[in-house]
Design a binder for this molecule. Structure first.
Ligand code: SF4
Length: 284
């Protein structure tokens, strides 16, 4: 479906029939937005009889994500009977990389996302492209590019940056002569209440990530560089060993977790018994 915007431009908001894609890749963090998107995309793929083209991918962040997140994402995928693939950076996890680079990521240098999520998912897209072309053997060069629909759970409400993203557009950075990747944000216009409504009645409703019940509004890295102090304290209360590791790395590299907040200060708050009751969400 294509809709004209305020200026009369036609903006594609919907990928049309899923049958036109060779692969439908659902990026899952195991968090609420991924879970709702998984339901929406799978139900639609089922209606179009293309469930065999759906793959769920989880970018495993290793130690820095909530323990068991990969398993939660997998159990959500299993509720729909679709294959689950975990990908990760082979050179080491995010904390290893911070230690070797000597700097924490920040908004301008967001290598946590580019190196540990995007680049790893692109490797899977390469494998899927190879799989699509494999039956053609030596004639594969003459075959049309593999068409991949790359689905992400970003929502406009989450941040000004995300609100400016198009719901659907060609992903030129992920495309090449062998594959045409279209990025689709199926729940881009959803409010958080819609997300929870969907989850409460979806097939994977028994597999909601436990970090929400601990008070976290978002789930990915335990200590997200954008998270408010309250969220970092809650994460620290439940992940004391990981917090100690962040403090160790921060001291070793001599670079603060954030300009206005150190992990040592977070640990001091946790050690003092601070237990925030209200945690504001944060922009990504
Ligand atoms: S959750 Fe935060 S720290 Fe982790 S990859 Fe995403 S932006 Fe980076």
């Amino acid at each position: 479906m294509s809709l004209p915007n305020l200026f009369g431009e036609v903006i594609a908001t919907d990928p049309g029939y899923l049958t036109q894609y060779d692969w439908i890749v659902i990026n899952s963090s195991g968090g609420k937005d991924s879970q709702a998107m998984l339901d929406l995309v799978c139900e639609r793929a089922k209606a179009e009889n293309v469930m065999s083209r759906v793959v769920v991918v989880h970018a495993d962040l290793g130690r820095v994500e909530w323990q068991g997140t990969r398993e939660i994402a997998q159990s959500q995928a299993e509720c729909y009977g679709v294959p689950f693939v975990a990908v990760w950076r082979k050179q080491g996890d995010l904390l290893n990389q911070i230690e070797s680079r000597g700097k924490f990521p920040d908004a301008a240098r967001r290598y946590c996302t580019s190196d540990h999520k995007r680049a790893q998912v692109h490797r899977l897209l390469t494998r899927l492209t190879d799989k699509f072309r494999a039956p053609y053997g030596p004639y594969s060069l003459k075959v049309r590019p593999c068409r991949i629909l790359n689905c992400l759970g970003m929502r406009a409400e989450e941040s000004p940056r995300r609100s400016k993203m198009k719901q659907m557009e060609p992903d030129t950075a992920a495309s090449n002569g062998r594959r045409e990747v279209t990025r689709w944000l199926p729940i881009h216009d959803w409010k958080e209440t819609q997300v929870w409504e969907c989850i409460r009645s979806c097939r994977s409703k028994e597999h909601i990530h436990y970090a929400y019940a601990l008070g976290m509004p978002r789930v990915s890295c335990c200590f997200c560089i954008f998270a408010p102090r309250e969220a970092l304290i809650i994460a620290g209360r439940h992940n004391p060993e990981l917090l100690a590791e962040y403090v160790r790395v921060e001291e070793k590299i001599g670079h603060k977790f954030r300009q206005n907040l150190t992990m040592a200060q977070v640990k001091a708050a946790v050690d003092a018994g601070e237990n925030p009751q209200e945690v504001p969400t944060w922009a990504m």
